[in-house]
Every structure is written in structure tokens, then in C-alpha cells.
Design a protein. Structure first.
Length: 340
């Protein structure tokens, strides 16, 4: 069996998950090396994977001839630079979202990827979740008719670490981009207008760094469809991601806050156990998106399942949503582009 020799850049929560999937969950891949700016993080990783080579400088990975492909899950603010260097190295790349926090940089990365014919897959893992895939198949087959509207809910159980929040790009860019991407995917249409309203309702420390903990976003699409999204850091009961797709022949509901089909009834009342976080909710989706990347690179496919263009379109909507909040009014994507 042909195997893809891979390296992971960044060993935070997602980077660690991707690295372990490459090391043990995907039969067609070998994890050759990892990179992180923290020696302590590298040392901790080597306890479980002593055979994987370590690098403090990701550039050392890009220079190696024995590495076929790179998975980038470094800090959000570094995505653009690391991807640019990876494209120039000639290695296929998997990049965690977002593509960048700067629209001009994102557009330049798209141009560079096209010029170099680079294989770059973006990390929108919800497209690989079995329930979302089934919903998409129902739409494509015509079973549910045309999608008419979408309601998306993404609620984190609490405030992220402030050190992370400072470099994450904010609530919309960190969390709501997944719902924006799903809406584009289900409607097969681009967003033309966005109206976002957000606030700090629980965590003033987020406000101190210019972030928010709750947002409502209304989206209008070029084909006339509409979507309503909610992003929140305030679901104290657990990680809550749900999507309702209303179609011309019915409706589909994806997701549940309940982790398992167990309900406990005792003298204290009735209890259900909720999903604790995104790594648990999308455990299989993270593995499936990485397996798709590995297989597509081995098969030398020209286009990935999720493209750089998808990253650019989602980013511009997220940034326009932030501008809409600032102006407290709807804003078209074309208008936002003209004023950037």
C-alpha cells in the first residue's frame, strides 16, 4: 500500500488531533515529523510518539525531501505565512481554517496557489461529518427538493483562553465561519449581503480585547435564499452545534446537544449528558477530512475537497459581518470589498 509521508506544523488542540490521526488512524499515512514553537509541547508529544522527529522551526520541515505533505494547524495569525512558504516549497498542504485574517493576504494566497498549481485543502471539517454529508446527499439527489432557508447554531460552552482569543480573529472568524461555509455548501450559492449584531453578554474580558461572546448573523444569497446564524460562547450546558435546513419537500435537522442516548431519572430529577466540546462532537469528521486529504494527494487529484477559494469566500463574509456589526446595518459583500 502506498503511504503518504506527512508532517504536522502546530501541536495545539487541533494540531495534536491531526497529528495523532496521521500517526495511527489513517492507514495510508505516516507521520514523519512535527513542528511547534514550544519545546515543552514537542517533548510532551514525543512521550507518546518518540519515533516522530521534532522541529522548532517549521522551515526545517519544508526543506526535507522525505516529507510528501504538510498539515498546518499553527496559530491563526500565522496561517497565511506558513501556507505561503509551504506552497513555495512545492508540498501539498492541509490548512486549518481560517485561510488568513487579512482579505488581501487571502486573495494573494489564492493567486499563488493557482499560479503554482498547489494542492491546498482547507479544514472545514463539518463537511465531512456523516450527518451533514447525508443532508447534502439528500439535497443533491432531489429527495428533499430545493433548500429554502437555513438556521445555524454554534455555541461554545465557555470563554476561550484569552491568549488564544487575542490571535483567533474573534468570534465570527473563529466559530461562525463553519456555519457560513456550510450555508454556501448547502445552497451552492454565494453570499451577497450580511447583517450582524453582536455583544459581550457574559465575558467582559473578551470585550477588553475587542471580541464578543454572542452574535446573530443574517445572510442573503445570490440565488435569493436566506440563512440565520447564531454564534455564542455562552452554552454553559455543553457544546451545542445544530443546523436546520428547510427544503421545499420538508426539513432536515443536523446535530444534537445530547452526547449519548442516555437519560437518567432519580430523586434529583432528569439528566442528559451533553457533548463537552468540538473535538468530541466532530471526532470522526476530523479523521475523515484528513483521510480525504491523504487519499487525494496520493491519487494526485488536481482539486481538493475544500479549496482555497472556499477559504477566501468564507473569510470575506466573516470580515464583512464584523464591519456590519461596527456600522450596525446590513452591508453587501461588493460594498465591503470596495471599501476595504
Amino acid at each position: 500500500m502506498e503511504r503518504l509521508r506527512c508532517a504536522a506544523i502546530g501541536l495545539g488542540r487541533l494540531g495534536y488531533r491531526h497529528a495523532t490521526n496521521l500517526a495511527g488512524s489513517i492507514p495510508q499515512s505516516d507521520l514523519v515529523a512535527v513542528s511547534d514553537v514550544s519545546q515543552a509541547t514537542l517533548d510532551a508529544f514525543s512521550v507518546s510518539y518518540p519515533e516522530v522527529q521534532q522541529h522548532l522551526n517549521y522551515q526545517d520541515i519544508l526543506k526535507r525531501d522525505d516529507i510528501d505533505a504538510v498539515v498546518i494547524a499553527s496559530s491563526t495569525s500565522s496561517h497565511g505565512q506558513v501556507l505561503r512558504d509551504t506552497i513555495l516549497s512545492g508540498k501539498p498542504a492541509f490548512l486549518e481554517k481560517p485561510l488568513s485574517m487579512d482579505w488581501y493576504e487571502a486573495v494573494e494566497l489564492e493567486r499563488l496557489a493557482m499560479e503554482k498549481k498547489a494542492f491546498v485543502q482547507l479544514g472545514f471539517m463539518r463537511r465531512f461529518d456523516r450527518s451533514y454529508v447525508e443532508a447534502k446527499e439528500q439535497i443533491v439527489s432531489g429527495t428533499m427538493g430545493e433548500p429554502v432557508s437555513i438556521l445555524g447554531i454554534s455555541r461554545d460552552p465557555g470563554c476561550p483562553p484569552i491568549a488564544f482569543a487575542k490571535t483567533s480573529g474573534g468570534l465570527v472568524l473563529d466559530l461562525c465561519v463553519h456555519d457560513i461555509d456550510l450555508c454556501r455548501w448547502f445552497f451552492n450559492s454565494e453570499i451577497t449581503e450580511v447583517y450582524a449584531r453582536g455583544a459581550v453578554v457574559r465575558y467582559p474580558e473578551l470585550g477588553e480585547i475587542g471580541d464578543i461572546d454572542h452574535v446573530n448573523i443574517e445572510l442573503t444569497f445570490s440565488n435569493g435564499k436566506v440563512a440565520s446564524l447564531e454564534g455564542s460562547r455562552n452554552s454553559q450546558y455543553g457544546y451545542d452545534v445544530r443546523t436546520e435546513i428547510v427544503c421545499s419537500k420538508g426539513s432536515m435537522n443536523v446535530g444534537s446537544v445530547q452526547q449519548q442516548g442516555l437519560t437518567v431519572l432519580d430523586a434529583g430529577g432528569t439528566r442528559q449528558y451533553s457533548v463537552p466540546g468540538f473535538l468530541e462532537r466532530f471526532y470522526d469528521a476530523y479523521r475523515m477530512e484528513m483521510q480525504q486529504f491523504v487519499l487525494d494527494v496520493l491519487k494526485k487529484k488536481e482539486a481538493p475537497a475544500v479549496t482555497v477559494m472556499d477559504g477566501v469566500r468564507t473569510l470575506e463574509v466573516a470580515l464583512a459581518a464584523n464591519e456590519s456589526m461596527r456600522l450596525n446595518r446590513p452591508i453587501t459583500i461588493d460594498q465591503w470589498k470596495s471599501e476595504v
